[in-house]
Design a protein around this ligand. Structure first.
Ligand code: FAD
Length: 334
């Protein structure tokens, strides 16, 4: 009797940008969860040049197998080269699932790859689940973001999804982990790229982003005006955290787009989240799935945000904020 092939879940290694590289770790962590349901192997694809660091990183974060192609011609991202490589590998090895971060890179790469492989793609997923039969449930915003759809790819393989950074928590780095590393040669029949990369410049790196902050002070329209909103910075500074915002606040110019939390913005996973004057619309709360503890402040005790909070304080948001800042400063002084 022929031995049946072990199922495999592939995660595309997107490591080119410091901010984006965390999404690969988050996907590896989720892939480990999904793989346990169907007894599959988690495989990371690492394509590029001088990629040892990423091979070690993905091994330490959950990959069972690494498919690595290291070649100087892969140093700069070329859609044509990368597509040809991954298409070839996928056709040879038939992964069951292929996950890609919804970064600028992933958003360009994944739809083209899905088209070449003749399979479906759920873009910008905000959740993933696995049925015992091995169907990947891809949770994606749809109808302009007013609904979350659960999508399955019943017939075609691989089942493909891009996933927003911040949707899942990465598992802690474990340097003791080992993986099978397959170092593959660069295929000879790659197309000659029609695009020539003249220069590649890495974006300036920041210490942290709101997606990996452990304390977040988030404000909404209930803050009343820009001056009140700006005081959230003071509370965040006192608590060693970051400031987040809802969409109306970003549109009003009280906060930058970087601070937007929710379906159209960042997915956050703080240990503690303070939510000031926020109603709790689904498009906002879609970004809060991983917050450990929520304190909501709202003048309306019936607001959705108050119902989903661990601690709900019925109060004027700006008044309570001022009070908290005063109190914390006093305690620091004393
Ligand atoms: C396609 C699409 C995508 C979207 N994506 C996002 C997204 O990514 N992120 C996002 O945030 N939104 C998003 N939205 C908008 C979302 O639907 C809501 O409109 C938005 O989240 C509401 O923001 P808010 O809670 O600040 O404002 P409101 O809904 O107006 O709520 C204000 C809250 O403040 C309270 N309040 C008022 N005055 C005070 C006071 N003095 N003291 C205390 N509380 C007070 C009110 O009781 C209320 O609960 C999206 C919408 C669409 C259609």
């Amino acid at each position: 009797m022929m031995k049946s092939r072990k199922k495999s879940i592939w995660v595309f290694g997107d490591y080119r940008n410091y901010y984006q590289n965390r999404v690969t770790l988050q996907l590896l962590s989720k892939a480990v969860d999904l793989a346990s349901v169907i007894d599959a192997e988690v495989c990371a694809l690492v394509v590029g040049h001088e990629i040892e660091e990423w091979i070690m990183e993905y091994t330490a974060h959950g990959a069972d197998r690494i498919l690595a192609i290291d070649h100087p011609s892969l140093e700069s991202y070329s859609t044509e080269h990368y597509l040809a490589l991954v298409e070839k590998l996928a056709r040879e090895r038939n992964p069951d699932i292929l996950l890609i971060g919804a970064t600028d890179f992933g958003r360009e790469f994944a739809p083209r790859l899905a088209k070449r492989l003749g399979t479906g793609l759920s873009a910008d997923c905000v959740g993933l689940d696995m049925t015992p039969e091995g169907l990947l449930v891809q949770v994606a915003p749809s109808f302009g973001g007013n609904m979350l759809a659960e999508i399955v790819t019943e017939e075609h393989r691989p089942q493909m999804a891009t996933v927003r950074p911040g949707t899942f928590k990465e598992i802690p780095h474990n340097a003791e982990r080992t993986a099978v590393v397959e170092r593959l040669p660069l295929p000879e029949d790659l197309p000659v790229p029609r695009v020539r990369v003249i220069e590649y410049e890495r974006a300036a790196e920041r210490d942290h982003t709101i997606e990996n902050a452990t304390v977040i002070v988030c404000g909404g329209r209930g803050m009343g005006n820009k001056n009140n909103f700006k005081k959230l910075d003071d509370l965040a500074a006192l608590l060693g955290g970051d400031v987040g915002a809802t969409r109306p606040v970003v549109y009003a110019g009280w906060a930058g787009h970087d601070a937007l939390v929710g379906q159209a913005g960042k997915h956050i996973k703080p240990k503690i989240l303070f939510s000031f004057g926020i109603s709790g619309a689904i498009q906002h709360t879609a970004g809060l799935g991983e917050a450990d503890f929520i304190v909501a402040i709202n003048k309306n005790p019936q607001a959705t945000m108050m119902k989903m909070a661990d601690v709900a304080v019925t109060a004027d948001a700006a008044d309570l904020l001022n009070h908290l800042i005063r109190e914390l400063k006093k305690r620091i002084r004393d």
